[in-house]
Design a protein around this ligand. Structure first.
Ligand code: WT7
Length: 650
C-alpha cells in the first residue's frame, strides 16, 4: 500500500476510552497545561500513585542548572520493590499472576503470583546479603531472559544494591568494561541460555571477562542449560545451592528517593559506554504513571512487552512500571521466529494478551513473512499495541494496526531513551489522534522543543534538533563516575536544555515527529550502537589502519552497519579478511553489531584537521553520487570521494 492509501489521522474511538485514565483530547490538554504550568505541584499530586515510607521530602524538585544536579522528592523514603510487590500482596493481589514466564519451548512455563514473587525476591535478597552485598554496592547481572533475571534485579533493589544489567548478547569485552567501570562486587550469570533452539554460552564469556582481574569477588551462577562450565573455587557458586540456605523474609531497605537504583550502560558517540544512573523515587513514580496512562492497563489484563530486560525497555516496562502498577507482565525467553514465524502470535493467543509492546524491527520482520502466520491465530484479546525503539514507518504502522490489531487497537508509538527512564512522547489511547509514523504528544510534565543549530526555536513543520525544556522525575541523574561527560553530552550542547541526540519536527497540531539520531549513534534492529565502538573493534585488527562506520537503511532492521576500512600497507582486501573483521566486531562488541557491508578504501574523507566526515560516508553508503554530497571542498583530499563511490557495495 502506498503512503496516500493510509489515512493520515485515526481519532480515538469510543471503545478506546473505556477504562483508561484520560478519556478525551480536552482532558489531556487541560492536565498537560497544568503539569507544565506547575510541574512540582503536578508531580507532588501524582506521588500518591505509589506508596512512600515517608513523604517528608525537602522539596519536590531541586535543580541546580549550573552543575546540573537534579533531585526529585529528596528526603522522601521508599523502596521500589515495596511498590512492585509488597503493596499488592497487602492489597488483595497476593494470588494474582505478577510474572508469566514463557520459555523458548512452549511447555516451558512458570507463573509467579505476587505472593510467590515476594518469596523468591526475598530469598535472593538474603542470598546477596549473605555474600556481603549491601546498600550502594554494585552488582552486575549477565543473564538470559529467565525468571532469575527478574528476581536478581528486584533483589538488588530490595537491599539497596545498584544493579547493572548487561544484555546477554554482549561480548566478554563489553561485560569486562561494564564491570570495571562501576567496580561491581558480585556478578550474577548462568551456565548459558537458549536462543532460537540453540544453547548459548554465558559462563565462558563471564570467565573471559573476569580473567584480567576485576573487583568481582563472587560469581553466582544460575543453572539453565546444564552445560559443563568452569567454576572457580572460592569465587563461583551455584545459585540453587546458595538459595537453599536463604530465608524467605527480607525487609526492604529504606531508600531515599535520590539513592541510586541502577546503572544501565548505553552507547554514545565515543567508544566508551556511558553508565546511565537512575535513582529510586522519581523513576518509580514516572514509570508507574506512564505505564498506567499510556497502556491504559486494566485489572485482569495480560501485558506483554517483548524486549529484553538487558535494555531500558525491559527495566521500565517489563519489570518496574507494570509491577508497580500491579499488572500481570509476560516475560518471554524466545525470539519472534522460533520455532516458526508465528511465535509471537501463538504466545499472544495462548496467554490472551491484551496489551502488546514491541519494536518496529519485529513488526517489519513479521510483515515480511506474510499475513497467513497471523490469520491462523485468534488475537481478539488484543486491546492496544505499542511500538518503541526507532521510528516506525507509516507502512509498518498501518500493517500493525490493520493485520495485528484488526483495526480495533490503538497503536501507541512511544518515544524515549535509556537516559529518560520512561516514555516521553506518545499517544494516550483514549485521547490522542493517532498518526502513522508519529510519536504525537508529550506526556504530562514533559516540554519538548525543536531548535536550530543556533538554539533558536524552529517554526512549525521545520526539521530541527529535539530538546526537552526541564527535568522530569525519571531523568538520569549523572553518568556513573563522569558527571562532566553527563553535562557535556546532554546539557552543554544547547545550554538550558536536555539534548536528546535526535532530530525532530513539530507539526501544526503540536504533534512531534522523530527523525532519528543526529549524532554518530546507530539503531540496528532497535539496538543502540555507537559507530565509535565498532570502529574501535575494527582498528583492533592488525590489518586495519583506519575505519569509519555509518548506518545504511535496511528493510527489516531499520538501519544496518556499513563499514569503510583503510588497510595498512602490505595488506590486501579479500573476503577472507572481511570474515575476520566481522568476527572481530562480533567478539569485541557482540553479534548485534555485525557489519552488513565492508568496503575496502584507499582513504577516507577527512577535514584538513583530520576529522573523518561521516556525513559524507553516510551519503556514499546510501547510494549518493558526487553531486549529492554537498560541499566537499573542505576535504583534505577531495579525490577520495570518487574512489569511494566507485568502490561502493550495495
Ligand atoms: C533512541 C534511544 C527507550 C526505548 C528503547 C531504545 C530511538 C526510541 C523511538 C520512537 C523514533 C525512537 C531514538 C532514541 N527511539 N523510540 N518511538 N520513534 N525513534 O532506547 O537504546 O536508549 O535508544 O532510540 O533515536 O534517541 P535507547
Amino acid at each position: 500500500m502506498s503512503d496516500e492509501g493510509i489515512a493520515k489521522v485515526f481519532p480515538p474511538r469510543e471503545e478506546h476510552r473505556k477504562g483508561v485514565p484520560i478519556k478525551s483530547e480536552e482532558e489531556y490538554k487541560r492536565i498537560y497545561d497544568e503539569s507544565i504550568k506547575d510541574p512540582e505541584a503536578f508531580w507532588a499530586k501524582m506521588a500518591d500513585r505509589i506508596e512512600w515510607f515517608s513523604k517528608d521530602w525537602d522539596s519536590v524538585l531541586e535543580y541546580d542548572e549550573k552543575d546540573v544536579r537534579i533531585s526529585w522528592f529528596k528526603g522522601g523514603k521508599l523502596n521500589i520493590t515495596h511498590n512492585c510487590i509488597d503493596r499488592h500482596v497487602n492489597n488483595g493481589r497476593k494470588n494474582q499472576a505478577a510474572i508469566i514466564w514463557q520459555g523458548e519451548e512452549d511447555d516451558d512455563v512458570k507463573v509467579y503470583t505476587y505472593g510467590q514473587l515476594l518469596y523468591e525476591v526475598s530469598r535472593v535478597a538474603n542470598m546477596l546479603k549473605a555474600k556481603g552485598v549491601g546498600k550502594g554496592d554494585r552488582v552486575s547481572i549477565y543473564l538470559p531472559m529467565i525468571p532469575e533475571l527478574a528476581f536478581a534485579v528486584l533483589a538488588c533493589a530490595r537491599i539497596g544494591a545498584i544493579h547493572s544489567v548487561v544484555f546477554g548478547g554482549f561480548s566478554s569485552d563489553a561485560l569486562y568494561n561494564r564491570i570495571t567501570d562501576c567496580d561491581s562486587k558480585v556478578l550474577i550469570t548462568s551456565d548459558g541460555g537458549f536462543r532460537g533452539g540453540k544453547a548459548i554460552d554465558l559462563k565462558g564469556k563471564a570467565n573471559e571477562a573476569l580473567e584480567a582481574g576485576t573487583t568481582v569477588e563472587t560469581v553466582i551462577v544460575v543453572r539453565r542449560t546444564g552445560a559443563d562450565v568452569v567454576m572457580e573455587e572460592g569465587r563461583d557458586f551455584w545459585y540453587h545451592e546458595l538459595l537453599a540456605d536463604a530465608e524467605p523474609q527480607c525487609e526492604p531497605e529504606v531508600m531515599d528517593a535520590e539513592d541510586p537504583l541502577f546503572i544501565l550502560y548505553t552507547s554514545g558517540s565515543t567508544g566508551k559506554p556511558k553508565g546511565v544512573l537512575h535513582t529510586c523515587g522519581g523513576y518509580n513514580l514516572y514509570t508507574t504513571v506512564t505505564f498506567e496512562h499510556i497502556f491504559g492497563y486494566q485489572p485482569g489484563e495480560v501485558y506483554w512487552c517483548t524486549a529484553d530486560i538487558g535494555w531500558i525497555t525491559g527495566h521500565s516496562y517489563i519489570l518496574y512500571g507494570p509491577l508497580s502498577a500491579g499488572a500481570t507482565t509476560v516475560m518471554f525467553e524466545g525470539v519472534p521466529n522460533y520455532p516458526q514465524p508465528d511465535r509471537f502470535w501463538q504466545v499472544a493467543e495462548k496467554w490472551k494478551v491484551n496489551v502488546f509492546y514491541t519494536a518496529p524491527t519485529a513488526v517489519r520482520m513479521m510483515r515480511k513473512t506474510g499475513d497467513d502466520w497471523i490469520k491462523m491465530h485468534d488475537l481478539s484479546s488484543l486491546r492496544l499495541l505499542g511500538s518503541v525503539g526507532e521510528p516506525i514507518d507509516p507502512e509498518a504502522w498501518y500493517w500493525y494496526y490493520d493485520v495485528v490489531g484488526g483495526q480495533r487497537c490503538p497503536v501507541v508509538d512511544t518515544w524515549w531513551q535509556t537516559e529518560t527512564g520512561g516514555i516521553m512522547i506518545s499517544p494516550l489511547p483514549g485521547a490522542t489522534n493517532l498518526k502513522p509514523g508519529c510519536a504525537t504528544k508529550p506526556f504530562f510534565g514533559i516540554e519538548p522543543l525543536t531548535i536550530r543549530e543556533d538554539r533558536s526555536e524552529c517554526d512549525v513543520g521545520e526539521n530541527g534538533r529535539l530538546v526537552i525544556k526541564r527535568p522530569w522525575p525519571s531523568i538520569m541523574r549523572t553518568l556513573w563516575g563522569d558527571h562532566e561527560r553527563f553535562k557535556d553530552t546532554y546539557w552543554n550542547v544547547y545550554p538550558g536544555y536536555y539534548f536528546t541526540g535526535d532530530g525532530g519536527r513539530i507539526d501544526e497540531d503540536g504533534d512531534v515527529w522523530i527523525l532519528g539520531r543526529v549524532d554518530d549513534v546507530m539503531s540496528v534492529a532497535g539496538h543502540r550502537i555507537g559507530a565509535a565502538e565498532v570502529e574501535a573493534a575494527l582498528i583492533g585488527h592488525p590489518a586495519v589502519a583506519e575505519a569509519a562506520v555509518v548506518p545504511v537503511p535496511d528493510e527489516i532492521k531499520g538501519e544496518a552497519i556499513y563499514v569503510f576500512v583503510n588497510l595498512k600497507d602490505g595488506y590486501e582486501g579479500s573476503d577472507e579478511l572481511r570474515k575476520e573483521l566481522v568476527a572481530q566486531v562480533r567478539h569485541d562488541v557482540g553479534p548485534i553489531a555485525t557489519p552488513k557491508i565492508i568496503q575496502f578504501a584507499q582513504g577516507l574523507p577527512k577535514t584538513r584537521s583530520g576529522k573523518i566526515m561521516r556525513r559524507i560516508l553516510r551519503k556514499i553508503a546510501g547510494g549518493g553520487m558526487h553531486e549529492d554530497l554537498g560541499d566537499v571542498s573542505t576535504l583534505a583530499d577531495p579525490d577520495v570521494v570518487d574512489q569511494l563511490i566507485a568502490g561502493r557495495i550495495s
